[in-house]
Design a protein around this ligand. Structure first.
Ligand SMILES: [Mg+2]
Length: 247
């Protein structure tokens, strides 16, 4: 049995859970990298993390990172680790600027998540307002959405990485900024994310969560974090909206 088949089976067994989650949403908060696109599809996030670590080493600063942090191959983990030791420093600002530069390059070769574009357009057309709540740079998100002709669906509600790196997800900061700006109650919103940090941020903000897992590994990690509704594809959401449009 393939991964897709297992998950399709699970969805058939629990169609009302998804329907209820979707019909209750007046505001849809999208994580960016994962649910909307694969930002680093043509441009390796691991290489970006390695470059950041090497840049620190070149300045004699690699002692700032522990071995697991150096080997995390996650640019945000590197950034957060340095920020914990030197919060708000010029060093952190420079690292953040380097990451934003890499993300801007990656945005040009990012691969749209299947069904994300039509889902965003369809959902917006039937009522709920979308926003972005991401750990990526808001500049990068704007570039990608502009290139896909989707900026108009979201603007101005794009909440991304700020200079306050301690407030990256799993901190609910970007979600709370979106809710406040849109005047939305947490339980009237829905967060779509692909990592435990998305799930924990949504839970901390009191926002229902829909997990998107493009492979079995991602699904297991989301499940272990506590997410209960996890889809291997956005297609069922689009199908639900098309067959039962919201009032
Ligand atoms: Mg993500």
């Amino acid at each position: 049995m393939t991964h897709e088949t297992e998950n399709d089976q699970k969805d058939l067994n629990d169609p009302d859970g998804l329907k209820e989650l979707i019909s209750g949403a007046r505001v849809v908060l999208w994580d960016f990298d994962g649910p909307i696109c694969r930002l680093f599809a043509g441009h390796s996030a691991e290489r970006v993390a390695t470059d950041l670590v090497e840049w620190l080493e070149g300045r004699g600063l690699h002692g700032l990172l522990t071995e697991p942090e150096r080997e995390s191959l996650d640019p945000h983990a590197v950034l957060r680790a340095v920020d914990r030791r030197h919060p708000g420093s010029d060093l952190v600002a420079e690292l953040e600027a380097r990451l934003t530069q890499e993300e801007m390059l990656a945005a040009s070769s990012a691969r749209p998540t299947p069904y994300a574009d039509p889902l965003i357009r369809t959902w917006t057309a039937v009522g709920p307002r979308p926003a972005i709540a991401t750990n990526n740079s808001p500049r990068v998100v704007r570039k990608y959405l502009t290139d896909r002709g989707l900026l108009g669906c979201f603007a101005p509600h794009i909440y991304g990485r700020t200079q306050q790196l301690s407030r990256l997800k799993p901190d609910p900061h970007c979600i709370n900024r979106a809710l406040n700006a849109m005047g939305a109650a947490p339980d009237s919103a829905l967060m779509i994310g692909d990592t435990p940090s998305d799930f924990h941020a949504a839970t901390a903000a009191g926002v229902p969560f829909l997990g998107y897992a493009r492979n079995e590994d991602k699904e297991k990690v989301l499940q272990a974090a506590g997410a209960t509704v996890i889809l291997p594809s956005l297609a069922p959401v689009l199908a639900l909206l098309r067959t039962a449009p919201q009032a």
